[in-house]
Design a protein around this ligand. Sequence first.
Ligand SMILES: [Zn+2]
Length: 528
Amino acid sequence: MQPVQIYDTTLRDGTQAEDFNLSLEDKIRIALKLDDLGIHYIEGGWPGSNPRDVGFFEEIQHYQLKTAKIAAFGSTHHPRKTAGTDPNLKALVAAKSPVVTIFGKSWTIHVRDALHTTLEHNLELIHDSLAYLRPHVETLFYDAEHFFDGFRADPEYALTTLGKAIEGRADCLILCDTNGGNIPHTIREVMAVVKDRFPGVLLGIHAHNDADVAVANSLTAVEMGAVQVQGTINGVGERCGNANLCSIIANLCLKMERPCLPPDKLQRLRETSRFVMELANVQPNRYQPYVGRSAFAHKGGVHISAVERNPETYEHVRPELVGNRRRILVSDLSGRAAIKRKAQDYGIELSASDPVALQVLEELKDLENRGFQFEAAEASFELLLNRAMGRRKQYFELLGFRVMDQKLKEDKEPVSEATIQIKVGGTVEHTAALGQGPVNALDKALRKALEKFYPQLTEMELIDYKVRVLPGTPGTASQVRVLIESQDGTNSWRTVGVSHDIIEASWQALVDSIDYKMYSEEKNHKPK
Ligand SMILES: [Zn+2]
């Protein structure tokens, strides 16, 4: 049986979701994370339609990916141009990605009303675009847009478009349920016809979730012989979203004996799911199957006692398989095991019965209840682990800070100023700085005070700052969570802070970020 390959389009189709936005930096980070997970193809964007995506393709070339291949996305050439003169196809070649995916029209109403051309000419567009790209790329995929709806309207025409893509020498034809309105029953019937017409041709599926069955449609397609599944992490995407790869991957590996990730990678699924949401600054869905915080949470007393005796009583799979954990209100041993695993990531040996593991777990529970999240703030987590082990060093002592915002005129930007007093060893340092906003001023004042003692801090800069209002208390009294990303030219790391006070939450994350810089240098014995 052909292995199933996973094609992620979080960075392209996913970003078409309402309120889901990624910066170039976020996109690079997510691509690396997906590569870590063992995803086969990562669609980075549409270079012909979106100039920001061009930057992604330039930037990603500087990274050595382990398993994933980067794909650039685009359409068949413009009806009033030829393949050789079309700027969209040129942009795809210029993206220099090993994979190019183009979509073409399968549905007659789209050819006439969206593309404004004839059915005959559309067939040429498909063939010529693929034939033009073929010599320039390693791997060439064809997305048959609206295929299932097109097939319903005119089966013969829809099949003919696929024939043209085969003539144009596409490596795989991906049948798309672009409007997301089809159900597994239709997918099965249509795929049977396609397979019958084009035996031996590699097929894929790209499903949207408007009828809430995108995952089921994708799995049905695999059952019918599809060897590529396209989707997004957590199912983000236009309208109701794309097929959710987290569920698809878990189902393929655990339910269908069609492993699609390298061994041991499945347990990184939850972490990847959280990472994407944190970077997009979107609240994760706690009820999401497999990876949600509540996916293996047991609340009912009867459930808890049964699960403690035999987890299979109320769990369809073992949560650790997807990197999740069982959450029950009494003695949480699985949590301790998770701490042990996480500690191993940082080269720290703990046994699950170690009192330190228990202490970290208690602290972690307390912090999580207060709104801390460490999935995207590994640096803060590592510092927490070290503190519990009595290894965290204090690099400075805060004697106090003050932040002032002054607005002098309605149409003038306010001016922020921070003063700070710290103590390093026996020396007290007192400085002030202006900034763009209070957090920036505080950050500048703190570094200015510390750089005298720790000159290596000049290498470091804050590159991203995200604030999330946490659910619970409404209005301005809400808790906020601040996530900061810093870098020093070699590494980047993320830290977190939570408080009712945005300055305090930022302060916590800033201090962690500075502590982490110093701590990681000592850890790596980097000569200074
Ligand atoms: Zn789509």
